[in-house]
Design a protein around this ligand. Structure first.
Ligand SMILES: [Zn+2]
Length: 93
């Protein structure tokens, strides 16, 4: 094996190690509720003006007009109405 090949392998190993570390940290952060400041809604947040305009029937005041509620560890929580056509169309609890 040439030195170039050895270096390439070492670099690859280091990159894989870093990737694994990043993923592990990310997983841990997710478990602790970090990194999620609010659910990743691709649709307007429950109770926001935009959601209400789309027919959202979730509580407006309880969701602070779409800002949500500070839960624990920086997680933002929302109240959903069962059967809300925007956020819970199937009526699943
Ligand atoms: Zn809704």
């Amino acid at each position: 094996m040439t030195k170039a090949e050895t270096d390439a392998l070492a670099l690859q190993a280091r990159e894989e190690h870093e990737l694994r570390e990043t993923l592990r940290k990310r997983k841990r952060d997710l478990r602790r509720g970090r990194g999620i400041r609010r659910p990743e809604y691709t649709i307007p947040a429950p109770g926001s003006d935009a959601a209400v305009a789309d027919g959202c029937s979730c509580p407006v005041l309880d969701n602070a007009h779409g800002q949500g509620l500070p839960w624990w560890n920086g997680v933002t929580a929302y109240w959903l109405t069962v059967g809300c056509p925007v956020h819970n169309p199937k009526g699943a609890a």
